[in-house]
Design a protein around this ligand. Structure first.
Ligand code: ADP
Length: 173
């Protein structure tokens, strides 16, 4: 069984993230999306648990994709798995420096950790969670940036509204 682990903060998940998940799910027997709790950035929109719910909603149709949150280092998270491959997305050369450094640091921390990079689809190379957060908070149109299933939750959260109940109810697969 080949296993891909796709770590990130996914706050919120975008069409770019979903495209990487979809493509990884075609290549690997199993894909585990992992919301890293220590990856939270300033100006967060959702808690890691809420991000797990959002990813659960947009990946329901994939029967080999699961999602969970982890509080700690990726090097420790992968210990439970036999031959995990870490998937990271590369949007532009600007991603490369950081990703290259992280891959090397992770390898140093745990020698069985292998990182593979997937090149972002040209439709999504400009797209990041921070762009979505900024646009959402300014009332911008998000329908071509995030999956339709979670558009409402993001708009509501940006307006400071009450979170939909379903966000706290989703059971991680
Ligand atoms: P992190 O804080 O770990 O960078 P992100 O949620 O921002 O978490 O991103 C998770 C992974 O998804 C990273 O490898 C990032 O490069 C990749 N990614 C982010 N946006 C896109 C996109 N639009 N297309 C492809 N990959 C992306």
């Amino acid at each position: 069984m080949s296993l891909a682990i796709y770590p990130g903060s996914f706050d919120p998940p975008t069409l770019g993230h979903l495209d990487i998940i979809r493509r990884a799910a075609l290549i690997f027997d199993e894909v585990k999306v992992c919301v890293m709790k220590n990856g939270a950035k300033s100006g967060a929109m959702f808690t890691p648990e809420e991000c797990v719910c959002l990813i659960g909603k947009i990946t329901e149709r994939f029967n080999n994709v699961t999602v969970s949150a982890f509080d700690g280092l990726l090097a420790d998270y992968i210990e439970d798995f036999e031959k995990p491959v870490i998937i990271r997305g590369l949007r532009a050369i600007t991603d490369f420096d950081y990703e290259f450094q992280m891959a090397l640091v992770n390898k140093k921390l745990n020698s069985k950790l292998e990182t593979m990079f997937m090149v972002a689809d040209t439709r999504y190379t400009y797209l990041s969670s921070s762009v979505v957060r900024a646009l959402a908070r300014s009332g911008g149109k998000l329908s071509c940036l995030v999956p339709a299933e979670i558009l409402d939750a993001i708009c509501r959260e940006a307006r400071g509204g009450v979170k939909p109940e379903s966000l706290s109810q989703h059971q991680a697969k």
